[in-house]
Design a binder for this molecule. Structure first.
Ligand code: ATP
Length: 498
């Protein structure tokens, strides 16, 4: 609008001069010259910079307090940021400025949030881009983009109010993958080289403070040159949250939701083993949606529990299984659940035969604590639970079905693991050197031994399994407590393998 008004006013000048009898040609020539100068790239760039100053990007609003859990990652990141926050002191002490911090961890664990919080904490401007934005078919374009990003970051850092800029490079493995590994490697290599050049230039006699925060879930793919001292000096692991962290994340995402009295978020945290922060955010949102659908004024615990299943398995399938299929699924799942309770009393959280996503029924087990290492007994229990579904079908129905295929894969994987970590009669083995038949035999023996035990358990509980399966067919879903009551197991007292 303003530009149109200005052009209009400028055009009016020669018209006015012409009407007043003054020769407008010299004025027109002067205006033409002015237009050429203004359209020159350097001048346009300067004008743009002025524009940027007016529309300086806000410092991100996300603070470290808005990130649930991740206390170790936050601490390590904040230590790294001290160099930025106290740059003058660091310089006096002759400390080379930190140029890059790499956040490595699975998707949805809060890496972007951490980078934003880092900018908030250091009052830095924030420039974010993803590795894929630099990937181009044409040689040199990626490198040019890298240059532009860093030029922009330096400009922003110099602007009043921001002493520094954090450049966040998401999916950095796309841009910083090992050189020579791509078909169009020339282009990739040039882009990565440019990033290395830009990073090496940080802090060398430049008043603009720039810190690169990279994020990846595949740090193994990164070119070694990126991880050398002076580039990504620090690698901060951002792991999936454990139970306490899940609780903290749930608290963050329920801050803006009215919760019913007595909602036990710790219980929800316990039942969401393996969920990422992004899953938990979605879970809290789903729970609120369920409350709205039920016209409930507050979000009750049952909505959270229902939302767990939704987030895990996606929406319900349209096709309902036939009653024969349903019966098979019910027997199969009850077999898993019963044996789950035998090996780990009190471990079954939910048992359902409602088809959702790709899964026809499932048993969710809530581990008492998150485990980092597994014993032989743990792995044997996993095998037993995995085998129990198909075996229950075999014992109580007319044979097995394809529904057990995935279970068998799990059982095989666990048995293989036992052998390969030296917990079988073969002793410590070298995976490369152990003969395939010996490996196959050792795995087969483990599976056969567990299968015999599971068969005995199932045979001695035939009636109970059928009763629970019948009930499941009408109720579709049972929680762990109801299951234990139906099996006659209360207070965490488990069955024993005979
Ligand atoms: P990706 O690797 O897929 O890019 P990411 O690790 O960068 O994922 P974010 O984008 O930071 O993950 O997180 C996605 C969303 O998940 C966030 O917007 C937030 O709602 C939620 N979230 C993830 N981790 C946390 C956390 N620790 N605390 C609170 N919310 C979280």
């Amino acid at each position: 609008m303003r530009i149109a008004a200005l052009v209009g006013a400028l055009l009016a000048v020669p018209v006015f001069l012409g009407l007043s009898g003054v020769d407008p040609v010299p004025v027109l020539v002067l205006m033409g010259l002015l237009a050429v100068v203004v359209s020159m790239p350097q001048v346009r760039g300067a004008a743009q910079r002025v524009g940027e100053r007016r529309h300086a990007p806000a410092i991100p609003e996300v603070a470290f307090d808005d990130i649930g859990g991740q206390s170790r990652a936050k601490k390590e990141l904040m230590e790294g940021l001290e160099f930025l926050a106290q740059e003058a002191r660091a310089r006096r002490l002759g400390i080379r400025p930190l140029r890059g911090i790499l956040l490595a961890g699975p998707p949805g664990t809060g890496k972007t949030l951490l980078a934003k919080a880092a900018a908030h904490y250091t009052r830095s401007a924030f420039v974010a881009c993803a590795g894929s934005e630099f990937v181009e078919m044409y040689a040199g374009v990626g490198a040019q983009r890298v240059r532009e990003v860093f030029d922009r970051a330096r400009r922003l850092a110099r602007q009043a109010g921001h002493g520094s800029t954090i450049v966040f490079l998401d999916e950095i493995e796309v841009l910083g993958g090992k050189r020579g590994a791509h078909h169009s490697h020339m282009e990739y290599d040039q882009t990565l080289n440019q990033l290395l050049i830009e990073m090496d230039g940080i802090g060398s006699g430049d008043d603009a403070r720039v810190l690169v925060v990279g994020a990846t879930n595949r740090p193994d793919l990164l070119d070694d040159a990126l991880l050398r001292p002076g580039r990504f000096d620090r690698v901060v692991r951002v792991d999936l949250p454990d139970r306490e962290d899940r609780f903290q994340i749930l608290r963050v995402h329920t801050r803006n939701k009215p919760l019913a009295e007595g909602v036990d978020l710790m219980r929800v945290a316990r039942e969401t083993f393996g969920f990422s922060g992004a899953h938990l955010e979605s879970l809290a949102n789903e729970a609120a949606i369920l409350a709205m659908r039920a016209s409930a004024p507050v979000v009750e615990e049952r909505f959270f529990l229902e939302a767990i299943d939704k987030v895990m398995l996606g929406d319900r399938l349209d096709r309902r299984p036939t009653s024969a299929e349903l019966r098979r699924i019910a027997v199969h799942e009850t077999g898993h659940a019963l044996v789950g309770e035998v090996y780990r009393p009190g471990s079954v959280a939910t048992l359902t035969i409602t088809p959702r996503g790709q899964t026809l029924g499932y048993v969710r087990r809530a581990p008492a604590d998150d485990v980092l290492i597994e014993t032989r007994a743990d792995l044997l229990a996993d095998i037993a639970v995995a085998l129990a579904g198909g075996l229950a079908e075999e014992i109580l129905l007319d044979g097995r079905s394809t529904g057990a295929a995935q279970d068998l894969e799990q059982a095989l994987a666990a048995a293989r693991r036992i052998v390969l970590v030296g917990m079988s009669p073969l002793g410590v083995v070298d995976e490369e050197l152990v003969p395939r038949e010996a490996l196959h035999r050792a795995v087969g023996e483990i599976l056969a031994e567990v299968e015999a035990q599971v068969r005995a358990v199932l045979l001695s509980h035939r009636e109970r399994i059928l009763e629970v399966a019948e009930r499941l067919m009408t109720e579709e879903r049972m929680d762990g407590q109801a299951l234990r009551a139906a099996l006659g197991l209360g207070g965490g007292r488990g069955l024993r393998v005979s």
